[in-house]
Ligand binder design. Sequence first.
Ligand code: SAM
Length: 278
Amino acid sequence: MSGILYIVATPIGNLEDITLRAIRILKEVDIIAAEDTRHTLKLLNHLEITKPMISYHRHNEEIKTDELIHQLLEGKNIALVSDAGTPVISDPGEEIVKVALEQDIKVTPIPGPCALITALIASGIDAKEFAFLGFLPLNKKNRKEKLIQIEKQEITSILYEAPHKLMQTLEDLVDITKQRKIVLARELTKIHEECIYGTAEELLNKIKEPKGEYVIIIEKNEKTEIQEEKEMLSKLTFEEHYHYYEKIGLNKKEIIKQIAKDRNVNKNEIYQKFINKA
Ligand code: SAM
């Protein structure tokens, strides 16, 4: 009979944030698959657990998935952990879960800390509905698409960000989020934990030297705001409408698609108007 693959959440800072069940599972399994074995060793030492470990990270995910699946099929129980928080969430794990399920191997989640939920519950921002977007893509086009998604999002948006990219991300958010409230939840569950509030522009002025890990929570775009934008756009000439999106950085194809959507007209009609545009 196959073993069980446990997806085990571990602390995002404070080592006390681990469940009794997670500790028991880490003690009971045959192998722990860890993103960074040295990092997980510190947690295991703290919990006084000695266990064989296999490294399982983004760069060896494919090869190690085969190896771990083989062990599971042999009847071994495996716990998958990441460096911090819940595996799979902006962390490795998705691949092995998929393959395990295809092979009828039981996958058991062991819930616990997750930075996005930890940040959201203390943010004071509407938590009824939210979209978690992970890290913003570095690729220009994909990043632009995500930013437009955030701009129009009528529910709370949540992002992860590394300290050295925080200022750039806030700069990108200034025009997109305007007066919407943003919460930067920093170093959660650690000594320097803090939440910093403001618009993107205010935050840019407040933060001098980003340090530690950040979750960015962005207030939703109120429907009225979208309606206001729609009204504003409907008053523009085609030419002005084109320049509006050009300024945001969309290319010709994207602009035409967007104008057609805004004005509820056929793309070809718009295309004919701008056929000679660079
Ligand atoms: N799997 C993790 C989880 O469950 O939240 C996320 C891993 S992802 C690679 C790392 C990102 O999570 C960091 O860049 C930061 O945005 C966020 N993060 C992790 N720990 C955090 C903490 N203690 N405080 C604030 N953000 C944190």
